[in-house]
Design a protein around this ligand. Structure first.
Ligand code: UD1
Ligand code: CA
Length: 460
């Protein structure tokens, strides 16, 4: 059966105290709403109706160029008159023969399996709710069951009696319906409650009163249905999510120094016997091979790192390919477009941008290499700089196999240094160096014998 998904995201998010819409705040490096939309996409629904109101322009702007842009049907809820009212705004665009799944944009970690079970349940009787038993039910809608354990109503905290507030089973807010029945029940909602809102949850009592059995899926995973109302909840859900990811990795054959000090913001694939020290951050899509070691305080974003590499402390790598057996850092910065071929070594305080460092080549200390192509077995001495930018344009430096670049050399691009050439320390290289040659381009040393340094004259 076809499913129409309604994602509610019109709320103000007052308690975030933010200029950014709540659902665009990130969890694990990705907006909460994107987590929801990614999960929804995996269910392959017929339509996705996104109900926005507060700051809807900013939300639209965020998704206009995203992979979700095509699939989204935007529904405006100009006044936030409750969850029932929000669904009413989407109802006219929903086909009568569809199943309807209602989600919240601020419940980011909902799992596709739970949603599938919920929709299946709702397809039997017409309505199903996802609930959770929790020691902390405060502020949430309580599930009211009859003597036969059938769900007969959901009562909001503000409308609940003291006795009802003792109930520990809560409404996660996630529900599924048959479209025709939902539309009928929406028409019967009233604002006769403590908040003067149209509660979607009232559909439960209406369904029950008309003889419909209210289906139910219970989840035991509180994180999955955790809604975010303030930044403390966001931080705590982030930590819980990260801990879970780190534990999964540890169980899959990666050694992790401290599961509480690892952050994975995106997709990560790691081989066997790789070790990760403390305070490491992975962003975007990363792939690491076998027996890699990652030192403390390393940031790795959108990288591919081959087998047996060592990324030493305090290094930062972004959009980089590191082939097998390389060593990077400590304190190295590899910027986008960098490729390290097998066995290359990048040492401390080295910055590489959009350059290829050939097989077994070394840039060991205090260098900047940008827009350069280095061949195999090149040795770049300490303090070497490629002068790749004239203030307007960028130029390329080519260093062929076996070149030895002396310390403190400036290579003024465009320039090519031929195979096995040698450059004397302190040179400013402005023209090409032929194969095998020695290039020295610096002031000649002058020694003055008998030179006396000025001395201080003592005055009384
Ligand atoms: C709602 C449920 C409650 C449940 C809780 C779970 C109702 C009446 N209550 O309560 O039973 O335990 O969620 O978190 O449904 N929204 C709109 N338009 C509106 C109102 C809300 O789009 O007019 C959106 C919000 O942006 C949010 C979601 O709906 O994403 C839930 O709204 P919220 O105000 O947080 O609902 P609660 O009153 O907390
Ligand atoms: Ca809420």
């Amino acid at each position: 059966m076809q499913t129409d998904v309604v994602v509610l995201a019109a709320g103000k998010g007052t308690r975030m105290y933010s200029d950014i819409p709540k659902v665009l705040h990130s969890l694990a490096g990705k907006p909460m709403l994107t987590h929801v939309l990614d999960t929804v996409a995996s269910l392959d629904p017929q339509n996705i109706h996104l109900v926005t109101g507060f700051q809807s322009d900013l939300i639209k702007q965020h998704y206009v160029d995203s992979r979700h842009a095509q699939a989204l049907h935007w529904v405006e809820q100009t006044e936030q008159l409750g969850t029932g009212h929000a669904v009413m705004q989407a109802a006219p665009s929903i086909n009568d023969d569809a199943m309807v799944l209602v989600l919240y944009g601020d419940v980011p970690l909902i799992k596709p399996e739970s949603l599938l079970s919920l929709v299946t349940k709702a397809s039997e009787s017409g309505i199903a709710v996802l609930t959770l038993n929790t020691p902390k039910p405060f502020g949430l809608g309580r599930i009211i069951r009859d003597a036969n354990q059938q769900i007969i109503a959901i009562v909001e905290e503000k409308d609940a009696s003291d006795e009802q507030r003792e109930i520990s089973e809560i409404n996660t807010g996630i529900m599924a319906f048959k479209a025709t029945m939902l539309k009928q029940w929406l028409g019967q909602l009233t604002t006769d409650n403590a908040q003067k809102e149209y509660y979607l949850t009232d559909a439960v009592a209406i369904a029950h009163a008309s003889g419909v059995v209210v289906g139910n899926i219970q989840t035991s995973d509180a994180d999955e249905v955790q809604g975010i109302n303030d930044r403390l909840q966001l931080t705590e859900l982030e930590r819980s999510y990260q801990l879970r990811k780190a534990r999964e990795l540890a169980k899959s054959g990666v050694t992790i120094a401290d599961t509480a000090r690892l952050d994975i913001r995106g997709e990560l694939h790691i081989g066997r016997d790789t070790c990760i020290d403390v305070n490491v951050i992975f962003e975007g899509k990363n792939r690491l091979g076998n027996r890699v070691t990652i030192g403390p305080n390393v940031v790795i974003a959108n990288c591919e790192i081959g087998d047996d590499c060592h990324i030493l402390a305090n290094s930062h790598l972004e959009n980089v390919v590191v082939q097998a057996d390389c060593s990077v850092g400590p304190f190295a910065r590899l910027r986008p477009g960098t490729v390290l071929k097998e066995g290359a070594k990048i040492g401390n305080f080295v910055e590489i941008k959009k350059s290829t460092i050939g097989l077994g080549s070394k840039v060991s200390h205090l260098s900047y290499v940008g827009d350069a192509e280095l061949g195999a077995l090149v040795n770049v001495g300490a303090g070497t700089i490629t002068c790749n930018y004239d203030g307007v344009n960028k130029f390329k430096t080519t260093i062929k196999d076996g070149v030895f670049v002396g310390s403190n050399t400036a290579l003024v691009a465009p320039v090519t240094v031929g195979t096995n050439a040698t450059i004397g320390a302190g040179s400013v290289i402005t023209s090409d160096v032929p194969d095998q040659d020695l290039a020295v381009a610096r002031g000649k040393q002058k020694n003055i014998s008998g030179w006396k340094r000025p001395a201080k004259i003592k005055t009384e």
